[in-house]
Design a protein around this ligand. Structure first.
Ligand code: PAF
Length: 286
């Protein structure tokens, strides 16, 4: 696996692979990789001949009070994981390489609708930062397909929408969330949890599972389900940010007659904000 740091080197390496007739798969990340990222790279390897990953902690998607400075940078360990997962090329640019003219006047990509509410409400500017950097990365790599985790459900919806609206010829693949044995969704942010918080953390997924079970059993009082879910989170030591039931494709608030639903949550354990979601298809209850 080769690691390149400049757009020039990246384009040259991808052009070589393409001239050999290879289909290009892409997995953008912010590094500090875990088994969830490895699954994304492996999926790209099943669908493409040449897998490119990127590691870039994108300042544009962090708010002024968020954890940009302390976001873990673990390049050497990440390179090993990517190599083992079958990645062929890693793009690990500096901030100057990604934003050579600074971030202030940088052209931005905003995706209305699906970016609003949920994490969009709690983290103003976050999805504009994500959509902008993903658009830049897509233009740099020009992949045939790109793989994203379903754990960031709203982010995946934002990216699907931007690819559709901006006519990008890129297939977007959503890969199921990888969970620890106790149900906690794998996340780089789990590393911030103390032992005690880590023991409490699976309650987040439990609260979603209980709501999913009730929906499958025919309960349609969403407000009551959400109130019980928030209480369950609070009793486990969380401070809920949001817990909502939405229509799974549009992300608009769910109506009683909707059949494809997704329950989404974000909640704080101490200073660490965790997110999770669970999709429920009432036409095909599991
Ligand atoms: O999900 C992430 O790691 C980031 O939001 C992404 C898609 C790599 C953009 O910086």
């Amino acid at each position: 696996m080769n690691t390149v740091k400049t757009v020039r080197e990246l384009r040259a390496a991808v052009a070589r692979a393409r001239s050999e007739g290879k289909r290009i798969g892409f997995v953008p990340t912010m590094g500090n990789l875990h088994a969830g990222h490895v699954a994304l790279v492996e999926k790209a390897g099943q669908r493409a001949d040449f897998v490119v990953a990127s590691i870039f902690v994108n300042p544009l998607q962090f708010g002024p009070t968020e954890d940009l400075a302390k976001y873990p940078r673990t390049l050497t360990a990440d390179q090993e994981k990517l190599f083992d997962a079958g990645c062929h090329l890693l793009f690990a640019p500096t901030v100057e390489e990604m934003y050579p003219h600074g971030m202030e006047g940088q052209t931005r990509v905003s995706v209305p609708g699906v970016s609003e509410g949920l994490c969009g409400a709690s983290r103003p500017g976050h999805f504009e930062g994500v959509a902008t950097v993903v658009t830049k990365l897509f233009n740099m790599v020009q992949p045939d397909l790109a793989v994203f985790g379903q754990k960031d459900y709203q982010q995946l919806a934002v990216i699907r929408t931007l690819v559709r609206d901006l006519n990008m010829p890129i297939q977007i693949i959503g890969e199921p969330t990888v969970r620890a044995e106790d149900g906690l969704a794998l996340s780089s942010r789990n590393g911030y949890l103390s032992a005690e918080q880590r023991a409490a953390a699976p309650a987040l997924y439990r609260s979603l599972s209980r709501i999913a079970e009730a929906l499958r059993a025919g309960e349609c009082n969403h407000a009551a389900l959400v109130a019980a879910g928030r209480l369950e989170q609070e009793q486990a030591g969380f401070r809920p940010d949001y817990l909502e039931i939405r229509e799974a494709n549009s992300l608009r608030p769910a109506a009683a007659e909707d059949r494809q639903l997704v329950i989404l949550t974000a909640a704080y354990l101490g200073a660490t904000r965790l997110i999770d979601n669970l999709a429920v298809d009432l036409d095909h209850p599991a």
